[in-house]
Design a protein around this ligand. Structure first.
Ligand code: MN
Length: 320
């Protein structure tokens, strides 16, 4: 990691950490781990969330360090964005982020726009959690069991439980060291992966009913409208992971989850299995991500967005 970036962290007396909007296990876990580590060295720390932390991750230590922006937020000496590919992913917190005299951006999205003063972007890393693990080593901060729980959660979520192609020997080495702090891996895994509620199960049932296959069954699409969310009583965060249903089907290369946020705003999650670079597809619509997992937000009606996506993905599938 760049020396200036390390120095900026060491020098700062007050730090605000910014995970991306709709924060996932990697964004929240890496943010809380870094917050706990900085706090332990006597720094003033806050993690600014865009939304409240999903119930799934309420078990994480350091959650009391998380808060929301208000009207007269204190400007910290250093602001750090984590797991955030571009300014848009900072949501309503973007203005506050750039108010600090020093800004840092640590991320593993291949599409990262390097928007801060100091940027550490490593697309070969499976998770931002892994980058924070390495950072804490580099600045000689000891990783305690609480930080380990956060980092393990970050790494496990972004690798799908060490199953995805981004998992490397380094990932496992990091996980091994985190386990050696004494964390209960069975308990954590259950909290991360076996956490379905009955409502989420009902939503999953609906999603399977709605799943459609296109392009000789290479493309799976699930579209979730606001009506469906309301009729099942599901929350936005209950849609997390639904995109994996399509991806798990034998023969499917690209899986798409289209979620209606409002009548004119659609959130899209993309996954691929072997050869389609979905970060390119997301980038074409102003989003970003990784080769095998990406996302974007598109203005328009759910049916128009679906048609646009199918047409764009069709080209990528046929270009093989
Ligand atoms: Mn990530």
């Amino acid at each position: 990691m760049e020396k200036e970036l390390i120095k900026a962290i060491e020098r700062a007396e007050s730090v605000a950490i910014f995970p991306h909007i709709s924060a996932d296990g990697d964004a929240i876990g890496s943010s809380l781990a870094l917050a706990l580590a900085l706090k332990k060295t006597g720094k003033k720390v806050i993690v600014y969330m865009e939304e409240s932390i999903p119930d799934t991750y309420k078990y994480l230590p350091g959650i009391d360090l998380a808060g929301f922006i208000g009207e007269n937020d204190e400007v910290m000496g250093l602001n750090i964005a984590l797991d955030t590919g571009d300014i848009g992913r900072l949501g309503t917190r973007a203005d506050l982020f750039f108010k600090a005299p020093v800004t840092i951006n640590i991320d593993h999205h291949i599409t990262n726009t390097k928007f801060a003063q100091h940027n550490h972007v490593d697309a070969s890393s499976a998770s931002t959690g892994e980058l924070i693990f390495l950072l804490l080593h580099e600045i000689n901060y000891e990783i305690d069991i609480d930080m380990a729980k956060c980092l393990y959660t970050a790494i496990a979520t972004d690798t799908g439980g060490f199953k995805y192609g981004n998992t490397t020997a380094e990932t496992h080495k990091a996980a091994a060291e985190l386990l050696s702090t004494g964390i209960d891996v069975a308990d954590l895994s259950q909290k991360i992966f076996d956490n379905t509620t009955f409502i989420k199960l009902k939503l999953t049932q609906k999603a399977i009913e709605l799943l459609e296959l296109y392009e000789n069954d290479l493309l799976a699409v699930i579209a979730i409208t606001q009506d469906i969310l309301q009729s099942t009583g599901a929350k936005d965060e209950d849609c997390d992971g639904l995109v994996n249903i399509g991806r798990s089907i034998v023969g499917v290369e690209v899986s798409v989850l289209i979620k209606e946020k409002s009548s004119n705003e659609i959130r899209v999650n993309l996954r691929s299995k072997a050869y389609v670079d979905v970060s390119e597809i997301a980038a074409a619509f102003g989003g970003g991500g990784h080769k095998r997992a990406a996302g974007c937000t598109i203005k328009g009606s759910i049916s128009d967005v679906k048609e646009q996506l199918i047409n764009t993905i069709k080209d990528k599938l046929n270009r093989r």
